[in-house]
Design a protein around this ligand. Structure first.
Ligand SMILES: [Zn+2]
Ligand SMILES: [Zn+2]
Length: 903
């Protein structure tokens, strides 16, 4: 008795139970006992999502790609490890808990550091890591027994150790520096955490009176309140307008402070009046000028963005209130010359969108140049490769121009900087383990630095800290590191090439002297239908969990990869997932057909003599698919690999092969047994190749397919922990191409038979006949050779072309009431007598022809209209042009048909 399957695929039933079988059965757990000499190892570390995060489409794509690679390599027989985990996301998480506190009318400063941190840990226990559960819905095969968190004990130790080593090598220093300051978050931000967009603003022209009389110098500024911190006016040395003024002084308005006029090459004589105010403590360019000219640094801001005592009568005002007051006062004194509209690009905090201030403060920095050199070299020497390759230059140019990395953050949630200050002797020291006394004087009166490290500091260590570095004293000891490091590939989006990819390369080369990964695969960004980034504020996001509810995880994964042309951004709308659902249904129906038509096979050996043309053809095509599949997968060409499988399954296997063997399966023709074996072999191979992309449905169908065939399921045997497991598709071997099944002759013959079938179908559709209408066909050629194939394979043509009679011969003339079609070196005539009313047909075609003629003349008129051409958008013009082209082709086709109609 053949097995049966429900007629419809209900993913809701299978996805959850399949995932449970995998996870509870330990199928995701990484093998750690294989000898690397015998078994190849393959590893990916997940880009750890923030604990505040919820699964969005970007994660869905990113993790689908990783899962495809992991499942593929696992089935290749490699020991695979995919380490999952989450990031503590210092600023994001702190903001979330601060907002919670605000609802209770409290601020973090009200409750103090210790209680605040307790609150954050509580929040983390309750809500953090929701995303980890959501990821499971997608089907990811991470080794959950090795899940990590960036603030785990081991990873925190790694952070302190890394800090200490850099500090001891002189690669970490403390310095006064202009940092990007967010007055809302009250923390410094790295350059990459500042977002810049063009906005409309104003340019104000201020008059600074010359000290000993004789008029004014006019300066232009977009931030007038910073004039309170000016310590000079600068002009370009070659600017003749100001040559006589260099060396004199102006009186800074409002504060009445005399400041010098200096000459510096950095001044752009084209900007404003050519004279600029110099505010060293609040502008990066002025900071540099001030260092060259030994100017004083006057800081006028407090950490919260209000003005401090250096701002005189403006002290205590918020920066924007101060701006207005300064302008009013200058206006009143006749020192505001004019105001112009101006486009500016203020930096904004990537977290809270507050305008950041360049701010002079004490911060910790990593010296990047020495670290960058090694990270540049490994990429230049192709030891670490980018896919697509264009990101290589992007990475290199950033590293060539890298600036020191400000790593301290004035936050509480995160890795506290392991620097201690001795109250007694003033010693500053770093300690990996919490010290109780000063190592220099023994005093117990020591204070730890208040700040925490930039979140990216711990994620920079992720590839090796997750494997136990530096102590390797976890349950895995050195096993993971020795077997799985360097990891094979990092899968990520381009936004974090600097934040993360480059820094991982730097730290890995510094601390473990090896690259963190061989390959970096950069996938595209998901956009909405209009090409905009998905964001909370636009409300244009598509929730992957909702899509999984509606279409199933396999359909979501399938659609995402089908839409991801290598490395390009993809435009997404919810309906795009229908494609995935349709495909899953097709696969279900096709495999269901196989299953219901299978009888126990006992073995898979087929006598080559028993194979018919269609068997030899599909087996040969399958080998080519398998070969190209591996080639694509090796080069991260996931989208072409999947498209190829889709075409093969849908168009070759279902549309042709399964149709061709139906009479044999029904016993109406010989060779049913061979057909079953071939059908099984193809279905088995397809399911294995597809498994990395659509793991749930393939796992289920594969199990049923083997049951129906009464065959034992194969399993990767050389991995020890798989030995006692039930065989499942996820640990079945990946098919390899078989040279002996390649059959060029069969491929060529089937290609020619298909051509004839398509030609017959085309004639039917030309005369509006139903595809199932049986027709008689005459085939003729100049000699006998090409005709033999058709004579021999009449069954093929009858079945697929719905042909009821075939006559072939050399030099045959056109039968009456037939339509002709050309097909390589043969001509075929489809007999239409009795099927088509030629008078009615003639009238129909003439009518259609007339409509097409009208359309053509209208389009020709439009496209000759100069006004239309100059006003219409290019895309509209193109659309009309292709419509015209289409109409012309249709006209030709109709004319051809008309000429073929019997008189
Ligand atoms: Zn902020
Ligand atoms: Zn001391």
């Amino acid at each position: 008795m053949a097995l049966s399957l429900p007629s419809r695929y209900d993913f809701r039933v299978y996805e959850e139970q399949t995932y449970r079988r995998w996870e509870e059965g330990g199928y995701f757990v990484a093998p750690t006992d294989e000898d690397p000499e015998d078994v190849e190892h393959y590893c990916i570390v997940i880009p750890p999502p923030n604990i505040t995060g919820e699964l969005h489409m970007g994660h869905a794509l990113n993790n689908t790609v990783q899962d495809i690679l992991i499942r593929y390599h696992r089935m290749l027989g490699k020991a695979t490890l995919w380490i999952p985990g989450t990031d503590h996301a210092s600023i994001a998480t702190e903001n979330v808990v601060e907002r919670e506190l605000a609802k209770e009318g409290l601020s973090k400063r009200d409750i103090g550091r210790e209680r605040f941190l307790k609150r954050v840990w509580e929040w983390k226990r309750k809500f953090g890591g929701v995303i980890v559960k959501q990821l499971r819905r997608l089907g990811v095969s991470c080794d959950w027994t090795r899940e990590r968190f960036t603030m785990d004990e081991g990873l925190s130790r790694a952070v302190r150790e890394a800090f200490a080593r850099l500090f001891n090598e002189g690669l970490i220093y403390r310095g006064k520096y202009l940092v990007n300051w967010c007055p809302r978050c009250r923390t410094a931000l790295s350059d990459d955490e500042v977002e810049r967009k063009t906005e409309n603003g104003k340019l104000w022209f201020l008059r600074y009176p010359l000290k000993n009389g004789g008029g004014f110098v006019e300066v232009a500024t977009t931030r007038p309140e910073t004039m309170l911190g000016d310590t000079a006016v600068a002009v370009h040395p070659d600017d003749s307008r100001y040559r006589s003024l260099v060396g004199r002084e102006v009186v800074l308005p409002l504060l009445k402070r005399p400041i010098p006029i200096i000459a510096d090459e950095a001044v752009d004589p084209e900007f404003g009046t050519g004279a600029v105010k110099v505010t060293p403590a609040h502008d990066p360019a002025d900071f540099e000028i001030a260092k060259r000219h030994n100017l004083p640094f006057v800081n006028i801001l407090n950490e919260d963005g209000t003005l401090n005592e250096n701002a005189g009568q403006y002290a205590g005002l918020d920066r924007f209130a101060a701006r207005q007051k300064v302008l009013d006062d200058l206006q009143a004194q006749g020192l505001l010359a004019k105001t112009e509209e101006y486009e500016l690009t203020p930096g904004r905090c990537y977290r809270c969108n507050t305008v950041i201030e360049p701010f002079l403060s004490e911060q910790w920095f990593v010296r990047m140049k020495p670290l960058a050199e090694k990270a540049i070299r490994v990429v230049e020497e192709d030891k670490m490769r980018f896919f697509p390759e264009r990101w290589k230059d992007f990475y290199l140019s950033w590293l060539h121009n890298v600036r020191d990395w400000c790593i301290s953050r004035q936050l509480w949630w995160g890795h506290r900087i392991p620097v201690f200050y001795c109250d007694s002797c003033g010693e500053v020291f770093v300690a990996v383990d919490e010290p109780s006394t000063c190592p220099k004087c023994g005093s117990a009166s020591i204070q730890q630095d208040e700040d925490v490290l930039d979140t990216w500091f711990s994620s920079a260590l992720w590839p090796f800290s997750t494997m136990g570095w530096p102590r390797f004293d976890g349950p895995d000891g050195r096993k993971l590191f020795e077997r799985y490091y360097p990891t094979n590939v990092l899968v990520t989006a381009r936004e974090i090439i600097f934040f993360w990819v480059a820094r991982m390369a730097m730290t890995a080369l510094q601390f473990v002297k090896q690259i963190p990964f061989y390959d970096v695969y950069i996938h595209g960004t998901i956009l909405d239908e209009l090409g905009r980034k998905m964001s909370k504020s636009l409300g244009n996001g598509i929730d992957p969990l909702e899509m999984i509810e509606i279409y199933g995880a396999d359909a979501v994964r399938f659609s995402l990869i089908m839409l991801t042309v290598e490395g390009q951004d993809l435009k997404l709308s919810p309906t795009k997932f229908e494609m995935g659902r349709n495909f899953c249904n097709k696969l279900w129906n096709a495999t269901r057909f196989c299953i219901t038509n299978l009888t126990p096979l006992v073995h898979l050996d087929v006598d080559p003599e028993e194979l018919r043309l269609e068997d030899r053809w599909i087996l040969s095509r399958l080998q080519r698919i398998v070969e190209r599949y591996h080639d694509h997968m090796r080069r991260y060409l996931l989208n072409p690999a999947l498209k190829m499988l889709y075409d093969f399954i849908w168009h070759e296997f279902c549309d042709w092969y399964l149709e061709l063997i139906k009479p044999r399966l029904r016993g109406e023709s010989d060779g049913g047994d061979a057909a079953r074996r071939v059908m099984f072999a193809v279905a088995d191979t397809i399911l294995r190749l597809l498994h990395p992309f659509c793991p749930f449905i393939t796992e289920f169908l594969w199990g049923r397919l083997y049951e129906a065939a009464g065959l034992e399921k194969p399993k990767i045997s050389k991995i020890k922990i798989y030995a006692e497991k039930e065989p499942m598709l996820m640990i079945a071997p990946m098919p390899q191409p078989r040279e002996d099944l390649i059959d060029e002759e069969a491929e060529e013959q089937v290609r020619r038979l298909m051509e004839v079938v398509r030609a017959v179908r085309e004639v039917k559709s030309r005369f509006a006949l139903h595809a199932k209408t049986e027709v008689e066909v005459t085939i003729t050629a100049e000699n006998q050779t090409p005709l033999k194939l058709f004579e021999r394979n009449k069954d093929f043509l009858y079945l697929m072309g719905q042909i009821k009679g075939l006559r072939s011969g050399v030099g045959l003339g056109r039968p009456p009431e037939s339509a002709a079609a050309l097909c390589a070196d043969v001509t075929l005539f489809v007999h239409l007598g009795g099927l088509v009313d030629f008078n009615k047909e003639k009238a129909r075609i003439n009518k259609e022809l007339q409509q097409v003629e009208e359309r053509i003349s209208r389009l020709e008129g439009l496209l000759a209209n100069k006004e239309f051409l100059s006003k219409a958008p290019e895309s509209v013009v193109e659309k009309q042009q292709s419509a015209l082209e289409e109409a012309r082709q249709l006209r030709q086709k109709l004319k051809d048909t008309l000429s073929q109609l019997p008189k």
